[in-house]
Design a binder for this molecule. Structure first.
Ligand SMILES: Nc1ncnc2c1ncn2[C@@H]1O[C@H](COP(=O)(O)OP(=O)(O)OP(=O)(O)O)[C@@H](O)[C@H]1O
Ligand SMILES: [Mg+2]
Length: 336
């Protein structure tokens, strides 16, 4: 735009300068008289006006077309379509099984290699391990945010690819590591967990997630707009809104990926208690760096770049004296 405007202004102004100089010379030499010269000065103004208008039209046209192209790109994006023959998943018991699952992101780097484990209905499985091991990736494979490269993920013994995505996701509650909030009211953001919920249900969920008091302290209460991606809330507040969503949704399968990592210890303990209540009778997958929160899990998997390096209950793993035991003792020393 800079080049375009500088260019066109330069040419039209240059034309005027040429006109004045040449006209001045002609008048000086007596080839034309002053009246003719004055007429030309007026003509040039009349001539340049429509040229300027065309230029600004070109600019508007370019702006409009780029906007229109972006609009078309969004409208043309095809939503995830279910393949024919998929059915709604019903009456979920909650057995989850990873059968020799391998997975790589689009960039080709293999993140999961030949991972197998299973969680019985109503049990709690914890995933721990160093950052970047693939814990979040495992969590994202269950609601089919990504498709496995090979192997299969099964729920109640059936491959999740046999189910429609919408029905699958209705049955899975996920508190993700990076919380996503819509630029709408807090109420809408919690109700997103179950859009047909009543006002009382939403408020009860907020109470369980320990955020009701905070919301009521805001001038607009539940109708406070949270801003793009929830920028007006703190990390812990966002996390609690997302936990409230899960309380409201009440799903048979629960995935908690660092669900309480951004909270202070007192709030964490309080929410941990309600989460434990929520987890009762549901299949739960917990990811946590603070090992005290996963201690009571039925099975703990230690995941590193090499895959599952250890598995067992807390006591078994401590006895084994491997990676988990060393992570545990580091955590404990810090606590002391
Ligand atoms: N969307 C993505 N595209 C490409 N690579 C990704 C993507 N998400 C994660 N990865 C890569 O996959 C690997 C595993 O990531 P993941 O998020 O599963 O780790 P994590 O175990 O959850 O770590 P943390 O404990 O830090 O949350 C990382 O090396 C990361 O670089
Ligand atoms: Mg993660």
């Amino acid at each position: 735009m800079g080049e375009f405007h500088a260019g066109t202004t330069f040419i039209s102004d240059f034309l005027q300068v040429v006109m004045y100089v040449a006209g001045g010379l002609f008048v000086f030499c007596g080839k034309i008289d002053l009246a003719d010269f004055t007429a030309f000065v007026l003509y040039i103004g009349v001539f340049l006006n429509p040229v300027r208008r065309i230029i600004s039209f070109v600019e508007q046209y370019q702006n409009g077309m780029t906007g229109f192209k972006r609009f078309c790109e969004i409208m043309d994006a095809s939503p995830e379509a279910d393949t024919p023959g998929t059915v709604d998943i019903k009456n979920v018991r909650g057995d989850i099984e990873f059968d020799r699952v391998s997975f790589s992101y689009d960039d080709g780097k293999q993140v999961l290699h030949d991972i197998s484990f299973s969680v019985g209905a109503g049990k709690t499985l914890a995933l721990v391990g160093p950052s970047g091991g693939g814990k979040t990736t495992i969590c994202h494979l269950i609601p089919r945010f990504y498709e496995v490269s090979s192997g299969a993920v099964r729920i109640d013994g059936r491959d999740i690819r046999e189910f429609t995505r919408a029905s699958l996701r209705r049955n899975i509650g996920i508190v993700a590591q990076d919380v996503f909030l819509f630029n709408s009211t807090i109420y809408d953001n919690i109700a997103y967990g179950r859009p047909d919920a009543t006002r009382e249900e939403v408020e009860r969920a907020a109470k369980l997630a320990n955020i009701d008091e905070f919301i009521k302290s805001l001038p607009d209460g539940y109708d406070t707009i949270v801003g793009e991606r929830g920028v007006k809330l703190s990390g812990g507040q966002k996390q609690r809104v997302s936990i409230a969503r899960v309380f409201l949704k009440n799903p048979p399968i629960l995935i908690l990926d660092e669900a309480t990592s951004a909270l202070d210890t007192a709030t964490e303990t309080a929410i941990q208690k309600s989460l434990e209540q929520l987890a009762r009778g549901r299949t739960t997958i917990v990811v946590a760096h603070r090992l005290t929160t996963v201690r009571r899990a039925d099975e703990i998997l230690v995941i590193t770049d090499e895959g599952i390096v250890e598995r067992g209950t807390h006591d078994e793993l401590i006895e084994r004296g491997g990676l988990y035991a060393s992570l545990w003792s580091v955590g404990n020393k810090e606590a002391e």
